[in-house]
Ligand binder design. Structure first.
Ligand code: NAP
Ligand code: ZN
Ligand code: ZN
Length: 346
């Protein structure tokens, strides 16, 4: 199957038009026409080799929503014309303890990413969603509720699930005081989900212009973090803090904001190690944890939750020729709140 998209050829290159072949449908495969693909900061980290060596040519994109065009003979869970979503991985070993629990993102043998990796055959480079079509094993795709506006759905496939999963795991609920650091693609989904789950939500942001948006999204409080010393006044006020920042951060200043048994969950992946002050952990039996996207069953649960609560991402829909600019604006924290590429413009 011919695919038209955008690729980078090395870590310093800009995006250019790129045509490539996708595999013919296997019996359990679904082919889809891509309606929208979100731009995640992980795409930028990988295109620019901020996490170590990448594979090129690279077609990034792991927030994919589209319409089923064709199905293989063994596919029973999708039919032609249905809405379909694909996220950060396209396969996993299917047999390890974590895969059997529907936690494919923690596959003991390594999940297969949507791009910047070899497929499970060990030969073909996986190509992501910055293009017009996709082929996916039906077991690794999800259904999209009919009532949700499609452009705003694309970011749910990474940004959405990446915040929904830790909020559920650490039990966000009424009475819980949740902090979200960084109001970007991930962070703004964290605000919407934490609010829908009934928690008291505080946004920590280094951008003064985002306050009114944060409150509109459902945040109860907005704290500007330009002067990190001022955070001291919020010491021991939070049960759960989710750090979605794509850059390095003084993690100790935030650990001190946790109450007894509070947890700070690391979600942002700047690629450099944190320095953690042991005293900040010991003092109130605090935990420093991490969380990675979510498995297929939880992705479906999240999308159903969004359907029920009418939750989508706030997006700026762009044409494919705007992606290079969109990368610069994302790095400058200047996006409200996720760029989404219109699949018809490839
Ligand atoms: P994004 O849209 O660029 O948002 C990141 C936010 O971090 C910015 O909007 C900004 O929020 C804040 N920020 C950026 N630079 C900062 C700085 N120098 N100092 C303080 N705050 C800064 O990125 P994203 O797509 O949400 O992704 C965020 C991070 O999560 C990335 O590192 C990405 O790779 C990672 N990620 C992890 C997972 C996972 O499974 N754990 C999944 C997807 C992505 P304010 O303007 O409000 O301060
Ligand atoms: Zn992502
Ligand atoms: Zn596995």
């Amino acid at each position: 199957m011919k695919s038209r998209g955008l690729a980078v050829m090395n870590s310093k290159a800009l995006f250019e038009r790129y045509e490539f072949d996708r595999r013919d449908l296997r019996p359990n495969d679904v082919a889809l026409d891509i309606s929208y693909a979100g731009i995640c900061h992980s795409d930028i980290h990988q295109a620019r080799e901020e996490w170590g060596p990448s594979l090129y040519p690279m077609v990034p994109g792991h927030e994919i929503v589209g319409i089923v065009r064709e199905i293989g003979p063994h596919v029973t869970n999708f039919s032609i014309g249905q809405r379909i979503g694909v996220g950060v991985f396209i396969d996993s070993c299917r047999t390890c303890r974590n895969c059997l629990r529907g936690l494919e993102q923690y596959c003991e043998n390594g999940m297969t990413g949507t791009y910047n990796t070899y497929e499970r055959d060990g030969v073909s480079i996986a190509m992501g969603g910055y293009c017009n079509n996709f082929v996916i094993d039906a077991d690794y795709a999800v259904h999209v509720p009919e009532n949700l506006e499609l452009a705003g759905v694309a970011p749910l496939l990474c940004a959405g699930i990446t915040l929904y999963s830790p909020l559920k795991h650490w039990g966000a609920q009424p009475g819980m005081r949740v902090g979200v650091i960084g109001l970007g693609g991930l962070g703004h989904m964290g605000v919407k989900f934490a609010k829908a789950l009934g928690a008291h939500v505080t946004v920590f942001s280094h951008s003064s212009g985002k306050e009114s948006d944060a409150l509109k999204m459902g945040a109860d409080r907005f704290i500007l973090t330009k002067d990190i010393a001022k955070l001291k006044q919020y010491t021991k006020q939070f049960d759960l803090i989710l750090n979605t920042v794509s850059a390095e951060l003084d993690i100790n200043a935030y650990l001190n904001l946790l109450t007894l048994d509070g947890t700070l969950v690391v979600i942002g992946l700047p690629g450099k190690p944190y320095s953690v002050n042991a005293g900040a952990l010991i003092g109130d039996r605090r935990s420093l944890a991490g969380s990675q996207i979510g498995g297929i069953p939880e992705m479906q649960e999240m999308l159903n939750f969004c359907g029920l609560h009418n939750i989508v991402s706030d997006v700026e829909v762009i044409k494919s020729d705007y992606v290079n600019v969109a990368y610069e604006r994302t790095v400058a924290s200047d996006v409200k709140y996720r760029f989404v590429i219109d699949g018809k413009t490839f």
